[in-house]
Design a protein around this ligand. Sequence first.
Ligand code: AMP
Ligand code: FE
Ligand code: FE
Ligand code: ZN
Length: 286
Amino acid sequence: MPFIDLHTHSQASDGTDSPAQLVRNAAAAGLAAVALTDHDTLSGLAEAEAAARDCGIEFIRGCELSTRTEHGEMHILGLWLPHEADPLERRLAEVRRKRDQRNARILDKLADLGIRIGMDELLHEARGESVGRPHIAALLVQKGVVLDMSAAFRDYLGSGGRAYLPREILDPEEAVCLMARLGATVCLAHPCLQALPRDWLETFILRLRDCGLSAIEAYHSEHGDADTRACIDLARRLDLGISGGSDYHGANKPRLRLGFGYGGLRVPLAVLDGLKARRRAKGLPC
Ligand code: AMP
Ligand code: FE
Ligand code: FE
Ligand code: ZN
């Protein structure tokens, strides 16, 4: 049975493959379809789409937006984004500008701790236009300040770290509306990554469904079987589609393979067919 991956990151945000390499790697891994879902940017999509045409793999244009809730961040994926995505593009440009301001302040905090990283160095490391903590973490590793990325987040960049700064991010309703209005299939990403009161999650999903949320990411590298089953169950009860992907980040999440996660993940092609059937029922292209 063929498999797919609807959640991946390239150099356009915090992955390490170029968009074209990522698509070629997906084809080489034998996947039937792949979506590119970089954080806060659509800038990798054209390159990935062209590479997909060359290697004959189905490609879905996507992105991932972080949103703030009373129980921490929740992430929203948009799939089948159109080529003309103006209201979204404009909002993302603002989000990235805020990221840049925060990055500069994080570098200041690190300098106060005696760790010097220049903005030019950071932009060179990031390559793409959506720049953030994973790129600073990679530089902390390269400079020998910490042993690995998780130590960089634990000691410096994560909440509780010595150079932590929160980031201004979108409201979940706004993120869903922005993408739903463009005709995207909007999915709640990896809902089981943090412990949440059960009733809260269901109420949250219902709130977002009213704004155009249409699926739940049931399959994810960090979801256990029970999480996946719970998401599928919830989607059935709330009449939502199901989605799935690895959350591949290249070498920034070593051991996490495209399409296979940490080894146990397989997202069947039927998941893509299910999402497409829901789109056709609404008269949306796929
Ligand atoms: P930012 O968007 O700049 O706030 O950075 C958030 C990104 O950092 C997430 O999308 C993850 O890819 C990455 N990240 C967050 N926490 C960790 C961690 N503990 N270890 C490695 N990567 C992390
Ligand atoms: Fe990421
Ligand atoms: Fe995420
Ligand atoms: Zn992701």
